[in-house]
Design a protein around this ligand. Structure first.
Ligand SMILES: [Fe+2]
Ligand SMILES: [Fe+2]
Length: 446
């Protein structure tokens, strides 16, 4: 969600230009600027002194200072406004009138999210999420390496958390982690390192939204502590030999290897106790595999009473299994995000805490952001927003038409306001191969 004070960058037409926006560049022009006459060139040189421009001359594109513009050039962009020309970038009613009369039609602007209409805000939220996808993917790759190194060093007896603390400091300043939860179904995951980062990223997004929605207070001292405990919920795996951890073979339930794996929550508790971590951080590592029905064979370690398991741990255990189902595993086919949601839904109240499940579902929706779906009109679309009301009717963006052709002209379709429905969910790998994330991050709403 875009925060009210967030600065959103977007492209707007002259009729949507409003006071309080700041123009970064002029990007759309009246046809007279496509083959400029000498008078227009003179006027540009005089009024846009020292501004940079992108032009086309004899079929080739050039970046020049506007002073070098020549008769016949086609103007595509004006940018890099010097300070003395700020009056051409700070939007006022007078500037809008002036720009309109001169034939300037489209602009790249900065604006506060709070100054947008509901529809513009929805579009800005989607664009903001998509812009963060690439950055989020980089952070995820970096986090994965940091977690792997931490576990490797811990295995050699050297528990050094400095790197992960630095990584957390880095990403807690940055909203791109939000985007990571949208890409879990679109990017390959291993079962330990990227898994930890994905679980942590989803936990943060969901947990803080739940707290805000229900007007409850976080138990964590700060974001960094919340990140630390969710990224390191599987820290106990550092005591398990690496060949078992990284194995792509699925071990038998009764095998020696699985017995070791079942110990990781207790190892985690011991490690975090040694580090003198707060009780709730230890609880998350210790009890994240405890089921609501604590007597189930798949519930471990033993607990006296499910009340020992904190709400935060219960919520994380749902995210843990969701990521494990959706993230691709070499020994089994991955699930689509909506299929994973349907599956966990059948286990809520038995394996997973019902209230935590309800909270998770209301934030993630029936079709989590990043899900690929086929619509009733047979087009293919990505889910880009979770609806407030009916969770079966998210906001989507169509990327392929009924005939199978790619759609480049993207628009937001709120299924809640439409007769079009979701026909079925699709596996992005089957449709786009390894390019799913590429297609998703190529979405741009105007
Ligand atoms: Fe675990
Ligand atoms: Fe886990």
């Amino acid at each position: 969600m875009a925060k009210d004070d967030l600065i959103i960058q977007s492209v707007v037409g002259i009729n949507d230009l409003k006071e309080r926006m700041t123009i970064n560049s002029y990007n759309g022009f009246h046809p007279k600027f496509k083959a400029t006459d000498e008078k227009t060139c003179q006027w540009l040189r005089h009024n846009f002194k020292n501004v940079s421009a992108t032009i086309e001359r004899n079929g080739k594109s050039y970046d020049i200072k506007i002073d070098q513009i020549q008769q016949g050039d086609a103007l595509f962009k004006l940018y890099n406004f010097p300070n003395e020309l700020r009056k051409l970038t700070i939007v006022t009613d007078r500037l809008i009138r002036e720009l309109k009369s001169r034939g300037f039609l489209r602009f790249h602007v900065d604006q506060l999210a709070s100054s947008l209409s509901v529809e513009q805000r929805e579009i800005a939220n989607v664009n903001h999420l998509i812009q963060n996808i690439k950055k989020g993917a980089q952070q995820r790759d970096k986090g994965k390496v940091v977690v792997e190194e931490l576990l490797d060093h811990a295995r050699d007896g050297d528990l050094n958390t400095a790197e992960i603390v630095n990584f957390i400091k880095d990403v807690s300043q940055d909203p791109a982690m939000d985007a990571v939860s949208a890409m879990v179904g679109l990017k390959e995951s291993d079962q330990t390192y990227a898994h930890c980062i994905d679980v942590g990223a989803i936990f943060l997004t969901v947990y803080y939204d739940v707290m805000k929605k229900n007007n409850r207070k976080s138990i964590f001292k700060n974001d960094q502590e919340a990140m630390f405990s969710s990224f390191l919920h599987d820290i106990g795996k550092s005591r398990i030999p690496k060949d078992i951890l990284d194995s792509t073979i699925r071990f038998d339930r009764d095998s020696e290897e699985m017995k070791q794996m079942f110990n990781h929550p207790v190892y985690g508790k011991e490690i975090l106790e040694k580090m003198k971590m707060p009780d709730y951080v230890i609880n998350m590592a210790h009890y994240h595999h405890v089921k609501a029905e604590t007597t189930m064979a798949s519930s471990y370690p033993e607990v006296e009473n499910y009340d020992e398991v904190l709400y935060e741990t219960r919520l994380m255990s749902i995210i843990d299994v969701y990521q494990a189902l959706v993230g691709k595993r070499s020994y089994k086919k991955s699930w689509t995000p909506p299929a994973a949601i349907r599956y966990i839904d059948t286990l809520a109240g038995v394996e997973y805490d019902f209230d935590a499940w309800d909270d998770f579902l209301n934030i993630m929706g029936r079709y989590p952001i990043g899900s690929l779906v086929e619509l009733s009109e047979q087009s293919i679309a990505f889910v880009v927003s979770v609806p407030e009301g009916d969770l079966y009717k998210p906001g989507v963006v169509r990327v392929r038409n009924a005939g199978g052709g790619d759609i480049d002209d993207h628009s937001l379709l709120n299924l809640a306001d439409s007769d079009i429905t979701i026909e079925k969910d699709l596996d992005s790998t089957e449709i786009f191969g390894t390019q799913g994330l590429e297609v998703f991050s190529g979405i741009q709403l105007l």
